[in-house]
Design a binder for this molecule. Structure first.
Ligand code: CIR
Length: 291
């Protein structure tokens, strides 16, 4: 399990980095408010610990190898959402070029783990130039496609870079997310779209400027409403095609029930603190191996 491997969002999760809560907001002087959710207030470390420990326990109980980033230092106040630091695509790993200054050194916390992995050389790719912006929460690899959210955090240059590197092996699909100016708070693509099960996808169609044809054709939709989207109901993590971990939260209940109706086992865990910073289970994980 030492080779980067990810071809589908719902393939069995074998090795994953999850968020680090220890050291969160250790020094207030370095806190940067980076999204709309955080303007409403930030959670306590006391709330984070039990939720992340329980999450880790449930992943390990299902046979997933779980890694936690090293502590970078007090100037990186938030290491809760490793998803955005990079993305495993096929047998390669793409480092992100992140928008927010306070997130840019998060890579240091996962680098020893990434560097320890094998892959198709060059296995670790760095986007060239500062104009290319991309974050892992905007990128979904599934069924031969790479869906790339053009969002608050990823731009068209980020899409072009991925197309150049992977266009010979994958079908690259740009997905234009509605912006704050258009009245929608879609931080990343995974806040509005996420494949689950064999052929289903959780989707908040109003989060898109236009839903790409392939998302209409290839997936059976479980639609999310605005209130559910605000609680990050799409942002579940698949352990495999039959199992997801989702929030035990009243605004996620209907969506969890819909997934159960189509035969997906839903492990519902209390998880309120990380979502108050803008990220739920998908954001709090960075898969290295799904096989
Ligand atoms: N994929 C995601 O939507 N990640 C959530 C990121 C939350 C983090 N605090 C951020 O705003 O960058």
């Amino acid at each position: 399990m030492n080779t980067f491997h990810q071809y589908n969002e719902t393939d069995p999760l074998k090795k994953v980095i999850i968020g680090r809560y220890q050291g969160y907001r250790a020094e207030e002087a370095y806190v940067e408010i980076v999204n709309e959710e955080q303007k409403k207030g930030l959670p306590d470390v006391q709330e984070l610990g039990p939720e992340f420990e329980s999450f880790k326990h449930h992943l390990e109980a299902r046979g997933v190898e779980v890694l936690v980033p090293q502590y970078v230092g007090k100037f990186v106040y938030d290491q809760l959402t490793p998803r955005d630091i990079g993305i495993t695509i096929g047998n390669k790993f793409v480092m992100s070029n992140m928008v927010n200054q306070s997130r840019r050194y998060e890579a240091a916390g996962i680098f020893p783990m990434i560097n320890n992995m094998k892959g198709e050389e060059p296995a670790i790719l760095l986007p060239p130039g500062n104009d290319i912006l991309l974050e892992g929460g905007d990128i979904l690899v599934d069924k031969g496609n790479i869906f790339v959210g053009i969002s608050q955090r990823t731009n068209e240059a980020g899409f072009d870079f991925l197309e150049e590197v992977f266009g010979d092996r994958f079908n690259l699909v740009p997905v234009y997310c509605r912006s704050l100016d258009e009245g929608k708070n879609v931080l990343h693509l995974d806040c509005t779209f996420n494949p689950v099960g064999r052929q289903h996808a959780l989707i908040y169609p109003d989060g898109f400027r236009e839903v790409p044809g392939i998302i209409k054709d290839e997936y059976q939709w479980i639609e999310i409403n605005a209130e559910e989207q605000a609680e990050l109901a799409t942002n579940v993590i698949s352990i495999n095609q039959d199992t997801v971990i989702s929030r035990d939260h009243k605004k996620c209940q209907r969506v969890n029930d819909e997934m159960k109706k189509v035969g997906i086992e839903v492990i519902e865990l209390p998880f309120d603190a990380a979502p108050a910073t803008g990220g739920s289970f998908r954001c709090c994980t960075l898969p290295l191996v799904r096989a």
